[in-house]
Design a binder for this molecule. Structure first.
Ligand code: NAD
Length: 378
């Protein structure tokens, strides 16, 4: 089985879907690996490192020739897959509900028409045995970390309390909204930098997690949030009563914060709006808000994807594709997720992976020329 690793085709994407470490591991399974020249450069991996690991480094056409599996970070353009074996698997984050390059329905339809089997890594079920294959977790973790560093870089003051001969600098107050994988890492990172941290979520299970990281939980009381863990641990849309109580709570808290990191997402829906323009106006000039949900519609009113803007003297940071901003580490984790996925199902006799029903049916978007995933059919 030949596995092709392509150079990413979406503008600004710096990650790569395999590293020399995973190349070696795939070869140990019996696979042959082709890497498109220059694929790893933006993630600090040169062609020589792939070649030393046993890959054949070549141009795109030679890399794709007879490949049975094509690995990507974002969905490769179907027009750029000529030469791959018939029925080849395309394994990447497929972003099937997105628009523009790197996924979208038109791309998935084109994969189906070309007879490829598209496997969407972001559809990996949230079950214990799939944790090591979960790209959303591995990438969100580093996004949470980077969000705090981005905030610190934009903030014209220090994070830790500092006692100097010239006087005391007080600690920055950081508020994290949405305490999933990214939010937990944001809390931990802000704490390590010496900030005073508070955090909120709609899932009551996060209260203990916030406290265990040394931060203060800020929760809506007397209105039901989400008790325990919902399906896959994800949040749903909240009631109007909850939203009103949350807005009131946030209004009184946010005016005292220096940094706000928002990470709230609801699968399959636009991100919930958590901060209004009027609330931003109550913050001190020079404060910073980082909206990690900006590409999903944004938690913060006025946030612009791909830009850092200033509103009422407050900087609103809306970087796109935050994982790509730490490409060396996020690529290493993404590549391991892909290897863990394919190696778990590797059938030695067949010389290729054979998926089981639970995971296969969840991630498979196209097969036999058709869209087969219920999430795309409903
Ligand atoms: P996510 O990226 O979908 O959302 C981020 C956070 O935003 C969530 O904690 C969510 O509850 C919160 N949120 C949504 N609406 C909100 C609102 N209106 N106000 C405030 N907060 C809001 O979440 P995630 O990072 O994917 O994590 C969700 C859960 O799934 C976590 O408990 C995580 O530990 C769990 N998880 C499980 C697995 C697994 O079992 N394989 C893998 C990853 C994550």
């Amino acid at each position: 089985m030949k596995i092709a690793v392509l150079k990413e085709q979406v503008d600004g994407e710096q990650r790569v879907a395999a590293t020399p470490e995973t190349v070696k591991k795939f070869i140990a399974l019996g696979a042959e690996i082709g890497v498109e020249g220059g694929a790893g450069l933006t993630a600090s991996i040169d062609d020589a490192a792939y070649a030393a690991a046993g890959a054949t480094v070549a141009d795109r056409a030679a890399t794709l020739a007879d490949a049975g599996i094509v690995l990507g970070v974002q969905a490769p353009d179907p027009a750029n897959l000529r030469g791959a074996a018939s029925g080849a698997w395309i394994v990447a984050a497929m972003n099937p509900f997105g628009t523009g390059p790197g996924g979208g329905r038109a791309t998935i339809d084109a994969y189906a028409n070309a007879g490829y089997e598209a496997l969407a890594m972001e559809f990996m079920p949230r079950i214990t045995r799939a944790q090591s294959m979960d790209i959303l977790s591995s990438q969100s973790n580093l996004s949470g970390y980077k969000a705090v560093l981005d905030a610190a870089a934009e903030y014209g003051r220090a994070f830790p309390m500092m006692m100097t001969a010239a006087g005391t600098v007080s600690a920055a107050k950081v508020f994290v909204m949405g305490v999933g994988v990214a939010g937990l890492q944001a809390i931990a990172t802000a704490r390590r930098l010496g900030a005073q941290v508070s955090a909120t979520d709609v899932r009551s299970a996060t209260k203990e997690q916030i406290q265990s990281l040394g931060a203060k939980p800020i929760f809506v009381e007397n209105v039901a949030g989400i008790e325990g863990e919902g399906s896959g641990g994800y949040a749903g849309e909240m009631s109007d009563e909850y939203k009103a109580a949350q807005a009131k709570l946030v209004s009184s808290h946010i005016a005292k914060q220096d940094i706000v990191i928002t990470t709230a997402l609801i699968p399959g829906r636009p991100a919930p709006r958590l901060i209004s323009d009027a609330q931003i106006a109550t913050m001190r000039a020079g404060s910073v808000i980082v909206d990690l949900a900006v590409e999903a519609g944004g938690n913060v009113e006025g946030a612009v994807a791909g830009e850092v803007i200033t509103v009422h003297g407050v900087k609103i940071v809306g970087h796109r594709n935050v994982p790509s901003r730490l490409a060396a580490d996020t690529s290493a984790l993404f590549a391991r997720n892909l290897f863990n996925f394919l190696s778990t199902f590797w059938d030695k006799d067949a010389g290729r992976p054979v998926l089981d029903e639970e995971i296969g049916d969840a991630v498979r978007l196209t097969q036999g020329g058709k869209i087969v995933n219920p999430r795309l059919l409903s």
